[in-house]
Design a protein around this ligand. Structure first.
Ligand code: GCU
Length: 435
């Protein structure tokens, strides 16, 4: 007799699996019985064929090999770390924001010594410190899609003046935000809840780093590093996901220096294309203490070898500037990739990773996202961590927070919802809160 909760969950899953809910691109496989057999590369076998049996060998030998493969074949190489000229200015502080419940700070980050080089605007909310205390808050950091003013209706947020992708529903007019954009993505950030729970939350607009269009790789931060543009670049030069990941690390440079934030307890998170960027940022920058992938799909957490939903060929054709040009060599040839997404997730080990799916988001392959996390377990085991600790994908709305790895699939579509935040906060309370 199935447990009533899992029965209800199964019925709900069946109801939601109908195509009416799914924004699935036609012409791709959404039938589990049509997923071809595949063999995953073993993250614990070095390029020279020798096995990795301990954490020390993983760190010294295998982790650098896997980072190199991801850089060369998938995301492109990150041309540099923290630029010498990186500097910032705190441009506004309101210690009674959100009706007195939060402190709001705005910070401009310049990536060169000059003020006319590329720059980004960081928005931070943090709890109000109890009188007489000076806490350093654990924090969430993520990029946003429509500028800082989209993340909360707070009238004090300075709107972005940057180019945005067209979106009438979000009040984007002539590729710029308007007052109608304010708070449009508030449910995706859940700022009040995150702050009430004792965390800071920091964000910047991804287009400040690299515009999400073909021309983007000829401007912004990419230009600073001399990137030749989407088609003119060498095969292993970075794409915009690489630039976004780099920007997350620069925002972390600031957070580490902000005495009111604890730079050793910063979670990096992202949704969809920005979930891919969050994973790549977390893989490269071990200062991120916790990594969250929300519906990151193809090029993110979902195993590429599973022919379910979006494919490597499709993503490279739709977004030729997201990844390295070398990634195009795997169009229709996922089986020849020297890694798969479990290797990307394993690059975080032993730091905690939380992978989340949405049931109706079949394009992102929820089961493939689960398996990306699941197959990272052997690397977590080297560090004495159990990983997810479940054999099969958990039922819908039944999150699993394991030891080092967590996964949930919720009802509904491609999005970040308060339900997702409830899971991230529960996980963060375990791994980022001081005991
Ligand atoms: C497209 C793309 C996905 C991506 C998504 C998003 O659907 O195919 O790979 O994750 O956009 O970023 O919203």
């Amino acid at each position: 007799m199935p447990h009533p909760r899992s029965l209800a969950a199964a019925l709900l899953a069946a109801a939601l699996a109908v195509p009416a809910f799914a924004a699935n691109t036609p012409g791709f496989n959404y039938d589990e019985s049509k997923v071809r057999a595949y063999t995953l590369p073993d993250p614990l076998v070095r390029n020279n064929g020798t096995p990795v049996r301990d954490a020390e060998t993983w760190r010294r030998e295998r982790r650098p090999e896997l980072l190199e493969i991801h850089a060369r074949e998938i995301f492109g190489r990150t041309p540099g770390g923290k630029p010498a000229g990186l500097h910032w200015a705190v441009t506004s502080v309101d210690r009674a924001a959100l009706g007195g419940k939060a402190v709001r700070k705005e910070v401009t980050l310049w990536f060169t010594a000059a003020k006319d080089g590329p720059k980004a605007y960081l928005l931070i909310y943090q709890p109000v410190a109890p009188a007489g205390t000076k806490p350093a808050w654990p924090a969430f950091l993520g990029l946003n899609y429509y500028g800082n003013s989209s993340v909360n209706a707070d009238p004090g947020i300075t709107p972005s003046a940057a180019w945005m992708r067209a979106n009438a529903e979000f009040g984007i007019v002539k590729n710029r935000v308007t007052e109608a954009t304010r708070g449009k993505h508030a449910s995706r950030w859940d700022v009040e809840r995150v702050v009430a729970r004792g965390y800071a939350t920091a964000t910047l607009y991804y287009g400040d780093l690299c515009e999400d269009r073909t021309e983007g790789l000829g401007g912004g931060v990419a230009k600073l590093f001399g990137t030749a543009g989407t088609e003119a670049r060498r095969g292993d030069e970075w794409g915009s996901i690489g630039v976004w990941a780099w920007g997350l690390s620069r925002a972390l440079d600031y957070l580490v220096a902000d005495g009111e934030i604890d730079g050793t307890r910063v979670a990096v998170h992202g949704h969809s294309r920005l979930g891919k960027a969050a994973l790549w940022a977390g893989a490269q920058d071990e200062r991120f203490a916790f990594v969250i992938s929300n519906n990151s799909g193809c090029g993110g957490a979902a195993l590429e070898r599973r022919n379910f939903g979006e494919t490597v060929e499709r993503i490279n054709r739709s977004f030729p500037f997201w990844f390295a040009k070398n990634f195009r060599a795997y169009n229709g040839r996922e089986d020849s990739l020297p890694v798969d997404t479990h290797c990307l997730i394993a690059l975080m080990a032993p730091r905690p990773v939380h992978v989340a799916s949405a049931l109706a988001d079949e394009w992102a392959d929820p089961k493939g996202e689960f398996l990306g996390a699941k197959h990272a377990e052997p690397v977590y085991a080297l560090f004495g961590r159990k990983g997810l600790g479940v054999a099969a994908q958990p039922a819908v709305d039944s999150p699993v927070i394991g030891d080092g790895l967590a996964y949930h699939v919720r009802t509904g579509k491609h999005d970040i919802t308060p339900y997702d935040w409830a899971q991230y906060l529960a996980h963060a309370d375990r791994v980022l809160k001081k005991r």
